[in-house]
Design a protein around this ligand. Sequence first.
Ligand SMILES: Nc1nc2c(ncn2[C@@H]2O[C@H](COP(=O)(O)OP(=O)(O)OP(=O)(O)O)[C@@H](O)[C@H]2O)c(=O)[nH]1
Ligand SMILES: [Mg+2]
Length: 378
Amino acid sequence: MKIYQTQDIRNIALVGGAKSGKTSMAEAMAFCGGLINRRGSVDSKNTISDYRDIEHDRGYSVENTLMYTEFGGKKVNILDVPGFADYQGELDSALNVVEAAVVVVNAQSGVEVGTEIANRYAAKLDTPMLFVVNHLDAEKANFDDAVNQLKDFFGGKCTVLQFPTNAGLGFNQVVDIVANKMYTFTDGKYTEANIPAEYADKAEEMRMALVEEAAAADDALMEKYFENGDLTAEELTQALKLAIDKRDLFPILCTSAKENFGVNRLLEFICQNVPAPCEVADAKKTKGGKEPTFASTTVSSPKPRMWSTPATRARSASARCSSAAARTVSASRRLAPATSSAPSSSRMSRSTIPSPPPRTPTTPSARSSSRLLSTPSP
Ligand SMILES: Nc1nc2c(ncn2[C@@H]2O[C@H](COP(=O)(O)OP(=O)(O)OP(=O)(O)O)[C@@H](O)[C@H]2O)c(=O)[nH]1
Ligand SMILES: [Mg+2]
């Protein structure tokens, strides 16, 4: 068996909303690494990852699958995590043993419940996160909408590193701001060219914004940026890696897992910018020069979110009216003498609902001891 040095290992989890394309992405990654010479598909029930009978019956992932691929001399361990909220436990255990969460987002539906849940667990465990806008070949793909939603939900740390030039049917091209190139994809491969004039200004503007944001991750790089007004390609890579490690920046990349477009570039990016297991401690120490404490990392309950469509807005308005009416009725009942008693079940207050057992906080040592995926150095 081939032995890898720890610095040549990357551990990632593919997480995100149900049906966003995580299993298809894992399959494409295995293909790009040459582990398989024919890509299976979820619809044909022949992917490496969704191999269990129950997954064939249901057509979606039910348990975490551990698989790997090889890319550029690195071994990338991949955990394909189910997206349905019923399997949140799988997400928790996966994010405990990886150095980065690759959050797959469907370009047609943008941020979904599964995206939010993934973000919450990654924040709890202080796991670096990158977003991949997938399904870009689909008819209703809308990259800009997906990016705006990511920024609305997860803040300004979400930074576009690639944008598609032809999202929707026929998608096969992206402008890559870090490489300063335009990539044209075929199944598992790409050709690169200079950025065409029509996208040059947009790419340059985004690159300068990226440089400024990434430089903020390190004082020395920030000084260089102030001195020269820019960073070299090497310095930008260094700044980007630090910013990702410290969760100061969440990159956004582009793919179509179904067509296997952009997945090889994504793997390249992961190998360059996701810390190896042995680099994590160093990266974390840079947080104010101290080891991070995980004492305050409790999972908060998901905030109920009202999806803002005209129909839901109308429903919520009518719900508000009826609850106001109910409050008026109950107030008038309290004033009137009691004539009948309501069934006891209807009086059950929230406080009678048993609260879930407290979570054990994850400590850095627990994280490192549970990091089973890394192959020990010889
Ligand atoms: N058009 C298009 N379809 C895709 C893409 N990626 C995945 N699909 C399709 O989307 C469906 C769901 O894909 P999966 O790979 O199973 O998605 P998943 O995120 O693993 O789903 P869960 O396991 O339920 O969380 C399948 O029918 C795929 O063929 C893509 O990039 N473009
Ligand atoms: Mg799946």
